[in-house]
Design a protein around this ligand. Structure first.
Ligand SMILES: O=C(O)C(=O)[C@@H](O)CO
Ligand SMILES: [Mg+2]
Length: 251
């Protein structure tokens, strides 16, 4: 069975951020992720993770705000300077948090120029931080209209084209299901380059139970394929987070 992390941007939101760490540990999670940790001093987040005995698994490149903000700039032609200064800021946080992965967000653009910009920026980032695990994640176009990366085959092509050992795929089964209609098939095709998995129920992005994805079957497929990374719960709980954790396998 994989190790499970709680996405603290979306889970345990009934508590202040620094109290979510202990709640996640008490619930049985072994790791945590925060999408945009930039509003809280990194030392406070790091202390909370260490005190709760949790690994800090993932954070995103800026911008800082989750609510309604854009989702990065890496594929936006003409915004290379902004991407680079944001990336350096993300690296400072990642180091302070000892984050295992950094998700580089593409932003909103389309066409060959966007692809070329994204590829160049990713190559630059992979070279600048060879010791950091970097990832890109396709997002479904219903939730993020206009987001450049909305295709798993394209993500795999770009990762191959960059060819950096520290760049891989972030596989969110919720987005995979909405983009293709068959998250399991996407896993079978691209699981080999996946460094991190996120889960949620479809439809609705709630608890991973009873929807279009067979999660017990998916967890078994992860084991069968030898996946050794984390699986993060990235969903909006229907009620209090702890009330909806029946799906979380107990070790
Ligand atoms: O929305 C998702 O799914 C994510 O994993 C975020 O990192 C993107 O905002
Ligand atoms: Mg995700």
């Amino acid at each position: 069975m994989p190790r499970f992390a709680a996405n603290l941007t979306m889970l345990f939101t009934e508590l202040p951020m620094l109290e979510r760490f202990a709640a996640a540990a008490d619930a049985g999670f072994q790791g945590v992720e925060i999408l945009f940790p930039y509003d809280i001093p990194a030392r406070d987040l790091s202390r909370a993770a260490i005190a709760a005995g949790l690994e800090f698994v993932l954070m995103n490149t800026p911008p800082p705000n989750w609510a309604g903000g854009p989702r990065g700039f890496a594929a936006e032609p003409g915004r290379e300077d902004r991407f680079r200064s944001d990336f350096d800021r993300a690296l400072r946080f990642a180091e302070a948090l000892r984050a295992r992965h950094v998700h580089i967000m593409a932003g909103y653009a389309e066409g060959p120029d966007a692809r070329a910009t994204f590829t160049r920026n990713l190559a630059w980032a992979a070279d600048r931080a060879p010791h950091v695990s970097l990832m890109i994640e396709p997002l479904n176009p219903m939730d993020q209209p206009g987001y450049f990366l909305a295709d798993f085959d394209l993500a795999a092509e770009i990762i191959a084209q960059v060819g950096a050992p520290n760049l891989g795929l972030q596989f969110d089964s919720y987005h995979a299901q909405l983009i293709t209609g068959d998250a399991m098939e996407v896993w079978r095709r691209h699981g080999g380059i996946v460094r991190h998995v996120q889960i949620a129920g479809v439809p609705g992005r709630h608890e991973p139970t009873g929807g279009m994805i067979d999660y017990p079957g998916f967890f078994a497929a992860l084991d069968q394929s030898g996946y050794k990374g984390w699986v993060s719960a990235e969903y909006n709980p229907r009620a209090l987070t702890a009330q909806g954790l029946g799906w979380l396998p107990r070790t």
